[in-house]
Design a protein around this ligand. Structure first.
Ligand SMILES: C[S@@+](CC[C@H](N)C(=O)[O-])C[C@H]1O[C@@H](n2cnc3c(N)ncnc32)[C@H](O)[C@@H]1O
Length: 378
């Protein structure tokens, strides 16, 4: 694509080339200034330079407090991705049918949403409150609701698989992502987790997202700008491999959703503040084991923990109260550890590993104090 921001010397709105370390490979992208914003976030031109930078004020200030952020009874907090008030032309709305299906439409005067049971005119929705019920020409009812972050994340265009909302919500709480936090993320993929992280850190925070594939970075950029209605002032999307192009900024939290997080442990440790959380999201048990053993062998982390988040929906109809039929299978494992202070090593575990855990067949990284079996016998 000729207007691809990533084929140009300067990156697109919201997307910056990752800073190049002195020892980075030749041809790595150079450090560039923060990028400007697009005007129409859902058009390809969303990737063209054009908008307010990080220092720009929030839109439509009604009043402001000492933080300088705008608040109003009518307007949601800036950069929440939330709208209030009557439905307007140009905004996206979900139509929820009686069969549990959801249809996403962008409201446009004069347009019609077609169903097998006749059409629903957009004009019947424009100017109505959220939650209004409209019927198709043949009487099929639909509830009109604005999409929320969870719905947007699972339905937005994607290149890479997104972190599912059940896992993203766990990450936000247990990696302690807070307003104003400086967070490192890799890879950005489709921007699914970036959305949740940006909402949590807010406009006063920073999210440094690294993505090594240009096409995925563009998708992430489009998705994030479409959700927030433009560039998010906290976001620095950097094109490049995390290890080769990690920026100099200290960060409070780091979240890795990539194939080989163990390759990034040293790099992240060098930027994470003492006490800061590292969260790794991995799909398979082999990734889980290697990541945890690498963290233990490194020694600069607390003992890592791992969880899988299982959520089960329930039905409750009269006396029929039971688990729902629909369910999502395995998504991923969430590994968490906290960075220790410089120059200290994690205390040796007092509990001995399970017999055979690090036996002759194990050839991965070894925690300190756990020797190879042949070394013990010689
Ligand atoms: C599963 S996807 C991330 C999905 C993302 N968390 C989301 O919710 O949309 C993994 C991404 O990591 C990128 N990646 C893998 N290794 C990387 C590295 N060392 N540095 C930067 N990006 C990397 C891949 O290109 C891929 O887009």
């Amino acid at each position: 694509m000729s207007n691809s921001p990533l084929s140009e010397p300067s990156p697109p709105s919201g997307l910056e080339a990752a800073p190049t370390r002195p020892d980075a490979a030749p041809g790595s992208a150079p450090l560039s200034s923060d990028q400007e914003a697009p005007t129409d976030p859902e058009s390809p031109s969303a990737l063209e330079p054009a908008a307010p930078g990080p220092e720009a004020g929030p839109p439509d200030s009604a009043s402001s407090d000492s933080s300088g952020l705008a608040f109003s009874d009518d307007a949601p907090a800036p950069y929440s991705g939330v709208r209030r008030g009557l439905l307007q032309a140009g905004e996206r709305v979900n139509l929820h049918g009686g069969n549990g299906r959801r249809h996403s439409i962008r409201l446009a005067p004069g347009q019609v949403f077609h169903t097998t049971k006749g059409g629903v005119p957009h004009d019947a929705l424009i100017g109505q409150p959220e939650g209004v019920v409209v019927a198709s020409a043949a009487g099929l009812p639909y509830i009109a609701l604005r999409p929320v972050l969870e719905e947007y994340t699972v339905s937005m265009p994607r290149g890479a698989t997104v972190v599912y909302p059940k896992d993203a919500s766990h990450i936000l709480m247990f990696a302690d992502i807070f307003p104003g936090a400086r967070v490192l993320e890799a890879g950005a993929g489709s921007g699914g987790l970036s959305l949740s992280l940006l909402r949590a850190v807010g406009p006063a925070g920073r999210l440094y997202s690294y993505e090594r594939r240009a096409d995925f970075a563009q998708t992430a950029c489009r998705n994030v700008e479409a959700f927030f209605g433009g560039p998010h002032p906290a976001w620095r999307l950097r094109l490049g491999d995390l290890v080769e192009s990690i920026g100099p900024e200290p960060v409070d939290r780091a979240v890795l959703d990539l194939l080989a997080p163990w390759e990034c442990v040293d790099a992240v440790h060098s930027r994470l503040v003492p006490g800061g959380f590292l969260c790794c999201y991995v799909a398979t048990t082999t990734q889980l084991g290697r990541t945890m053993e690498t963290l233990r062998a490194h020694g600069g982390w607390t003992e890592p923990t791992a969880v899988e988040v299982n959520v089960r929906a329930w039905q409750a109809e009269g006396l029929a109260i039971r688990p729902g039929h629909a369910g999502r299978g395995h998504t991923g494992f969430i590994i968490l550890a906290r960075r220790l202070a410089d120059g200290v090593q994690a205390p040796l575990k007092r509990r001995r590993p399970a017999p055979g855990a690090y036996g002759p067949d194990y050839d991965g990284p070894r925690p300190r104090g756990v020797e190879r079996p042949d070394a013990e016998t010689t």
